[in-house]
Design a protein around this ligand. Structure first.
Ligand code: TXA
Ligand code: MG
Length: 541
C-alpha cells in the first residue's frame, strides 16, 4: 500500500478534506494532526476500521481507543449518561486536550473499548481534526499514530516513518502544539481519577471538580500481577531505541555524573541554557520552569535520538514537586522503563559483622569513597562520658557504678552488667536508646554535607537502628578466618579470643537480616565485593 502524504492548512476549504473523509467513511484509517499528538483515525462505529487501527500500529488488543468528537453534543450518542461533572469539564476544557471516561452506550462497539463497559471520549481543539470529524460525519476512534511502544508522533514525518506502507494516508497539519497526549480522567469511579496526566493539569481539573485522585500507575511501575485502571499503562511506552536514564539532582551533580559515565553514543537531554561543561553532546528540551515547552519538545527529542543513532541518553528530571510537570515526568519515566538515578538521594547504610569479619576495613573503604562514617564504639564511649541522664539511669539500675567524681567506673559496670544475661539485657535497654539518639543527631548533621552516611556498629541489629537504615550490610567471614585475624590483630590468648567470639550471636542472626553480605575471606577479593555492594546500593548504571 502506498501512503499518501497530504498537506492541509487551517484555512483550506472543505474540498481538501473530501478524500480523507471518504477513506474514513469507507472503513479505512488516516493519520491526522491533533493539538496533542498525531492520531491514527478510523470510524469508531466500524469494526473493520477499528481492526485496521490495531493492525497498523501493532497495538495489543486489550488496549482501548479514544473516540474523538467535534462538539459536546455528540457525546450523548457515545455514552449511557452524561454526569454534571462531564458537563463542567467540557465547559472548561473542550475542545482541548482532555479525555473523559464514561459508561459507554450500546452504539460503541466493544472492540473500541477492548471489552470494557466504559468509553474514552475527547473533543480535539485542532481545527483540522475538528473539521475532519465534521466533514466525515462520524466519531473517530484514534490512538496515537506511532508503532506501538514508540514515542508518540508530533510531526507528520514521524507518522510517515512509523506507518509508511501500512496506511493509505497521512494528513500533514504541521507540528503538534502540546506534544504529549491528552489528560485522561475517569468519571466512572466514585471520585474522579486521573489516569494519564497531560497538559490539562491536575490543578486545572481540581479547580473544576474539587477532589481528584491520581492513579498509582501515573508515576510508579506496575507491580507484578497488579490490576490496571487504564490498560495502556501496562505496556512499554514512548521508548526510543536508545536507552533513556532519568537523572534527578542539581545540574552540577548531573554534569559530574554524565562526564563520569560518558562513552561513545552517550547523549544528554538538558534544560534550556544548560549544557556547558558536559562532555556528551546535548539536546535542550525547554525551560526548566515551563512544562508546556518541555512537553512540546519531549517526543520529538526522543525520536531525534534514534535518528542520530544515540545509544544512551541521560535526561534532566523536571521538578517533581510541581504537579504541572506530571505529564512530562510520566512519559519520561516510561521512556526510561523507570530507570532513574537519584543523585540527591541521601543514603543511610548500617554496617555490622562479627568480631574479625573486617567491618572496619569495609567502613574505611566507604570513607575513601566519600561517605561519612560513624563508628558506634566511639559514640558509645562519648555517650558514657557526656550523657549525665544516662549515667544516673545506670546508677539507679546497677548502683555503685559511679566514681566519687560522678564519672563512670567502667570495670564496676562491666562486672555487674555482664554477671547474667538478664543484667546484660537491662544494660542494653538503657544504653541503646541513648546511643541511637546520639547517632541520629550525627547522621542528621552529616547529611548536610554528605550524601552517604555509614553507621558501623556491632550491635546495630539489637539496638533497632538497623531498621532505620536504607540498607544493612553484613561483613562476613568463617570462624577460623576470624579467629586468626583477632589473634594477630589484638594479640589475645586463644582462650580470650574464644570467649570474645562465643559471646556473639550465631552467623545466621546476622546473615538472615542482611540486605547485602560482603564476603571478606579467601578466595573473595574485598575490593570486588565492595564494588558489588556499591552497585547493589546505588544501582547498576
Ligand atoms: O491526545 C490523545 O489522547 C491522543 C490523540 C490522538 O487524541 N490519543 C491517544 O490515544 O493518546 P492512545 O490510544 O495512545 O491512548 C489512549 C489511552 C490508553 O492509555 C488507554 O488505555 C486509555 O487511554 N483508555 C482508553 N479507553 C479507556 C477506558 N475505557 N478506560 C480506561 N482507559 C482507557
Ligand atoms: Mg499511544
Amino acid at each position: 500500500m502506498n501512503t499518501k502524504l497530504v498537506k492541509i492548512s487551517v484555512n483550506d476549504s472543505t474540498e481538501k478534506y473530501t478524500e480523507a473523509a471518504c477513506l474514513l467513511k469507507d472503513g479505512q484509517v488516516v493519520g491526522i494532526p491533533t493539538e496533542t499528538v498525531y492520531g491514527l483515525a478510523g470510524n469508531a462505529y466500524s469494526e473493520d476500521a477499528v481492526k485496521r487501527i490495531f493492525e497498523a500500529k501493532g497495538r495489543p488488543q486489550d488496549n482501548p481507543l479514544i473516540v474523538h468528537i467535534s462538539e459536546f453534543s455528540e457525546l450523548y450518542e457515545l455514552v449511557s449518561e452524561v454526569p454534571e461533572t462531564a458537563k463542567a469539564l467540557a465547559d472548561a476544557f473542550w475542545p482541548g486536550p482532555l479525555t473523559m471516561i464514561l459508561p459507554k452506550s450500546d452504539k460503541v462497539p466493544l472492540c473500541v473499548t477492548a471489552g470494557l463497559n466504559t468509553v474514552a471520549v475527547r473533543c480535539p481543539a485542532h481545527p483540522i481534526a475538528n473539521k475532519l470529524i465534521k466533514v466525515a460525519g462520524i466519531p473517530l476512534a484514534a490512538p496515537s499514530a506511532n508503532l506501538s511502544g514508540k514515542p508518540s508522533p508530533t510531526k507528520a514525518e514521524h507518522v510517515y516513518k512509523d506507518l509508511n506502507g501500512r496506511i493509505p494516508m497521512v494528513i500533514d497539519g504541521g507540528e503538534c502544539e502540546e506534544g504529549v497526549e491528552s489528560t485522561v480522567i475517569t468519571l466512572a469511579t466514585p471520585v474522579p481519577k486521573l489516569l494519564r496526566p497531560g497538559n490539562i493539569t491536575l490543578k486545572q481539573l481540581k479547580s473544576v471538580l474539587g477532589e481528584v485522585s491520581v492513579d498509582d500507575a501515573v508515576l510508579n511501575p506496575l507491580k507484578e500481577g497488579e490490576k490496571v485502571s487504564s490498560p495502556g499503562m501496562k505496556y512499554k511506552h514512548y521508548s526510543p531505541d536508545a536507552s533513556v536514564v532519568v537523572v534527578k539532582g542539581s545540574y552540577d551533580k548531573f554534569k559530574e555524573y554524565v562526564n563520569l559515565k560518558f562513552c561513545d553514543g552517550t547523549y544528554a537531554m538538558v534544560f534550556k541554557g544548560e549544557g556547558e561543561g558536559i562532555s556528551a553532546p546535548v539536546l535542550e528540551y525547554g525551560s526548566v520552569d515551563d512544562y508546556r515547552q518541555l512537553s512540546h519538545a519531549l517526543f520529538d527529542s526522543l525520536r531525534y535520538l534514534d535518528e542520530i543513532g544515540a545509544k544512551r541518553c541521560f535526561v534532566r528530571c523536571p521538578d517533581e514537586e510541581n504537579d504541572d510537570n506530571l505529564a512530562v515526568l510520566n512519559r519520561l519515566l516510561r521512556a526510561a522503563s523507570f530507570d532513574v538515578v537519584n543523585l540527591d538521594k541521601k543514603t543511610l547504610i548500617g554496617l555490622t559483622g562479627k568480631t574479625g569479619s573486617g567491618k572496619s576495613t569495609v567502613s574505611a573503604l566507604f570513607k575513601e569513597n566519600g561517605a561519612y562514617v560513624i563508628d558506634g564504639d566511639v559514640v558509645a564511649r562519648r555517650v558514657l562520658v557526656e550523657d549525665k541522664t544516662l549515667l544516673s539511669k545506670l546508677e539507679n539500675a546497677f548502683s555503685g557504678i559511679l566514681n566519687s567524681d560522678g564519672a563512670l567506673n567502667r570495670k564496676a559496670l562491666a562486672a555487674k552488667a555482664f554477671s547474667s544475661p538478664e543484667n546484660t539485657d537491662k544494660l542494653n535497654s538503657i544504653i541503646h536508646p541513648a546511643i541511637n539518639d546520639y547517632i541520629h543527631n550525627e547522621v542528621k548533621q552529616a547529611f548536610e554535607n554528605y550524601d552517604v552516611v555509614v553507621v558501623d556498629a556491632a550491635a546495630i541489629i539489637e539496638s533497632g537502628f538497623a531498621d532505620e537504615c536504607d540498607f544493612l550490610l553484613v561483613a562476613h567471614a568463617p570462624f577460623d578466618v576470624r579467629k586468626e585475624r583477632i589473634l594477630k590483630r589484638d594479640s589475645l590468648s586463644e582462650e580470650d579470643a574464644l570467649i570474645r567470639m562465643n559471646g556473639q550471636k550465631d552467623d545466621n542472626f546476622y546473615l538472615s537480616k542482611a540486605d547485602f553480605i560482603i564476603n571478606n575471606f579467601p578466595p573473595y577479593d574485598l575490593n570486588e565485593e565492595f564494588k558489588k555492594a556499591e552497585k547493589f546500593i546505588y544501582g547498576g548504571h
